[in-house]
Design a protein around this ligand. Sequence first.
Ligand code: FES
Ligand SMILES: [Fe+2]
Length: 383
Amino acid sequence: MLALEQTPSEHGEKGYADFSSTGPGTLAGRFLRSFWQPVFVSRQLQAGRATPLRIMGQDYTLYRGSGGTVHLIADRCAHRGTQLSTGWVEEDCIRCFYHGWKYDGSGQCTEQPAEDASFARKVRIPSYPTREYLGLVFAYLGEGQPPAFPRYEHMEDEGVVHSYSVLLPYNYFNHVENSIDPVHVGFVHRTSTFSESGVVGVPTVSAEETDFGLAVYATRTGGAVRQTNFEMPTSLHLKIPPLADEGWRSQLLWQIPRDDFSHCTFVVLHAAAGGDVADRYRQRLTELGQPSSGAELGEAILSGRLSVDEIEEHPTNVINVQDYVAQRGQGVIADRVNERLGRSDVAIILLRKIWTRELRALAEGKPIKQWKVPERATITAGV
Ligand code: FES
Ligand SMILES: [Fe+2]
């Protein structure tokens, strides 16, 4: 953990390369907090309900007003600190369970049943901007004004959007680095919808920095190029195989730390399908149900009770179990000191250089790069 109070010279190279620690006062945490990030799946928060949230080691209260608007405020009541998510949502406000103090969505206390009327206006708890988009609740947890909200126009095209999240018990950066590692697909996903759809073998990997992050190219022996885009700070945008006859889908993933030992993967899938094809695809999604994190079977494999080739699950879950085994298999936080990177790790090496450069800029009080979202997806299936 790197304390913010340290002067830049005390960070050293190693400090700039500490991507795993994201709690308050860490460089990576400050960096991540400078972006809009998904924090919850919209449909899982009903109107009039509140839920506790933990993001990057900090706790919050997320609630949906009775009119449908989502609000994100501090976790604890200013009075005597009980957990606000246990209270009652009233219109766009939340009333504390303990002694009934009431807060609006800006964190302003508006009512204190047992106090003089003049006290409430002096009490305010932190609040954070939120937006709902593509089936997810996004929040800005950083300081000052939020950057422009990112739009993914290609995900807004006509079609079927499916969003969900899974919680995984290891550091988010294991997952970030896995996502730009095209070689793993031929091994980890050797038996999966990827291999069934022609993503097989060992590709040649190259990568370049772009105005959104990294473009990663995997060229296979036949010449087909699979392009996946990594969008700063943690998102992967890729083409994934169909479940029915809906064609290759666009998938956006975000890796959001819950704390340094667990993270949430937020997923948005877009299938450019209409009419009967869309209906069949929706039906298939319903049959398969909410994808699992892969943790249960993944742990059975990691402990030696099951072989990775023995799993029979629905197609998304097979991939999730496979990725779980590879990523959790590195340890809760991957050891980036005693590793041996090779030529095929070029995308990971480039990503670490970019992250280190940005964390150094933050530490030195210099401007960080202003990243853009690609106007249209340039990703390809590569088969
Ligand atoms: S602790 Fe919330 S009103 Fe007392
Ligand atoms: Fe994978």
